[in-house]
Ligand binder design. Structure first.
Ligand code: CU
Length: 161
């Protein structure tokens, strides 16, 4: 084996080791949770928001032709959200504008993402998977407002479109 080949092997092996360490660090040290399909939550048919702790919420979001339930969610700034996403009819998607949250909604399964919304404003939840005639109008809203902090728990407008 030539010297240059050995060098390439050492460099590429070292890089793979560094990447692996960074992956472990981002998961354990920084608490980064990769969006995933989870199996310990049964698929649900009703959307809801549950407060888990101070500024911590579990959002159960149902996607269906052609809206999200709940359609509007109000949370205080700095909320940490556990998003559980389900679909009732066909495959949908959920992209939260202005964030890197982007999940598929597949009937019979629950997909999960954890994220934090800091700034006040309206974050649209958009379906990004063509799901029929009303697809282009399929959107929900997460409204981050200080007023939501005054109310006990999350203010929830079920079924709003
Ligand atoms: Cu859709």
């Amino acid at each position: 084996m030539e010297r240059s080949e050995k060098l390439i092997l050492v460099v590429s092996g070292t890089l793979m080791g560094v990447f692996l360490l960074l992956l472990v660090y981002s998961g354990l040290g920084l608490g980064v949770v990769v969006p995933t399909c989870i199996t310990d939550v049964r698929p649900f048919t009703q959307g809801r928001v549950e407060q888990r702790g101070p500024r911590q919420y579990d959002v159960y979001l149902v996607s269906r032709m052609w809206f999200f339930d709940p359609g509007e969610i109000r949370l205080p700034p700095g909320s940490e959200v556990n998003l559980y996403l389900s679909a009732l009819d066909v495959t949908h998607g959920a992209y939260i504008e202005g964030t890197n949250v982007n999940l598929m909604a597949v009937p019979g399964s629950v997909n999960f993402a954890r994220f934090r919304l800091e700034g006040e404003g309206v974050y649209r939840v958009l379906c990004h998977e063509y799901c029929g005639l009303g697809h282009q109008n399929m959107a929900g809203k997460i409204i981050i407002t200080r007023e939501a902090a005054a109310a006990p728990g999350a203010e929830l407008v079920a079924g709003a479109r």
